[in-house]
Design a protein around this ligand. Sequence first.
Ligand SMILES: NC(=O)C1=CN([C@@H]2O[C@H](COP(=O)(O)OP(=O)(O)OC[C@H]3O[C@@H](n4cnc5c(N)ncnc54)[C@H](OP(=O)(O)O)[C@@H]3O)[C@@H](O)[C@H]2O)C=CC1
Ligand SMILES: CCCCCCCCCCCCCCCC(=O)[C@@H](N)CO
Length: 353
Amino acid sequence: MSSALSHWFSFNSWWLLLPFVMLLVVAAFIVAFVLLLYMISPLISPNPLKLNGAHVVVTGGSSGIGKCIAMECYKHGAFITLVARDEHKLVQAKKEVEKCAINDKQVVLCISVDVSKDYNQVESVIKQAQEKLGPVDMLVNCAGTSISGKFEEVEVDRFKKLMEVNYLGSVYPTRAVVTTMKERRMGRIMFVSSQAGQIGLFGYTAYSPSKFALRGLAEALQMEMKPYNIYVTVAYPPDTDTPGFAEESKTKPLETKLISETSGVCQPEQVAKIVVKDAVQGNFTSSFGPDGYMLSALTCGMSPVTSITEGLQQIVTMGLFRTIALFYLGSFDSIVRRCMIQREQSKAADKRE
Ligand SMILES: NC(=O)C1=CN([C@@H]2O[C@H](COP(=O)(O)OP(=O)(O)OC[C@H]3O[C@@H](n4cnc5c(N)ncnc54)[C@H](OP(=O)(O)O)[C@@H]3O)[C@@H](O)[C@H]2O)C=CC1
Ligand SMILES: CCCCCCCCCCCCCCCC(=O)[C@@H](N)CO
């Protein structure tokens, strides 16, 4: 009896072990697959761009984030073309950038043009810059502006203006450099969007769409450019302490201020360091801080990946980040509701007086 029992027991315990063995085999396959992905990852990620001696064109390079990006590239030995409208600001910025030189061959060129108006004009100034400093290795589209306010209070022509400056002002310089980049089979193109280009926020009905548009442009363009070894980067900075930000803050609705505070305020030098590093490496997305990281993973959609790690992180974190995002959205809605109640109460009090 006892031997029959033990026979029965040992026979069945094998069957009990089978699922575990299968699980182990599957786990081993997954580990092998991931290892394989890592082994081929150098094949899918681009070679970093050498900034030393490269020609970098920065639109909006006379102020704020753009100026800091120019300085950061100059510190790595690049030749710079600064593009903006105001000549006086350009000359001031040129002096500041020149202080970051690491050798005496480096040059800073200034070009005064409105990037949002006439394509032919933009094309001709880019040509001039290429004649002086050689073909453009990296284009940074940072010229931009912001207007905030409640949808019905924003003047109607502002919607057009923001699309012109923030969107077309990035299309034109890009259009002017890609042909040469394709011929040379190399290049980097950066678009400076915003966290408000990843989520639509109260007060940004005119601004957010102009920054969302850059993402669409960047995705489509990247698919066309990849075989030519040209890499596109979209940067999504949070509020950043610049002259543009100071100007915007004067008329920003309270709701917009309170919601934006979630992500804090960055220094333009920090932003510049990160975006330049990402563009050099050819990363499609460039984000800042923990909120920026979560937002980018959450909104990655069908955007290209530049490293296996990035893809795996997105796969693993998406559900968790969506859960966190729902709490954020709840708190934003409550900010908007509280501000509305407060306004109505103070209006009623004014009437009583
Ligand atoms: N600061 C912030 O909080 C954030 C900013 N961003 C984005 O970063 C970019 C830079 O912002 P920031 O540094 O704050 O801005 P600033 O206002 O400090 O600088 C803007 C720059 O763009 C130039 N510019 C503006 N319009 C034009 C135009 N039509 N043609 C050519 N040049 C133009 C300006 O020069 P000029 O006026 O002389 O032409 C200036 O050099 C913008 O696209 C902005 O939307 C994104 C997220 C956060
Ligand atoms: C998992 C989910 C995380 C969600 C985090 C949400 C954080 C929202 C903060 C939005 C900040 C918007 C800044 C716009 C800056 C800008 O473009 C203007 N200052 C331009 O002048």
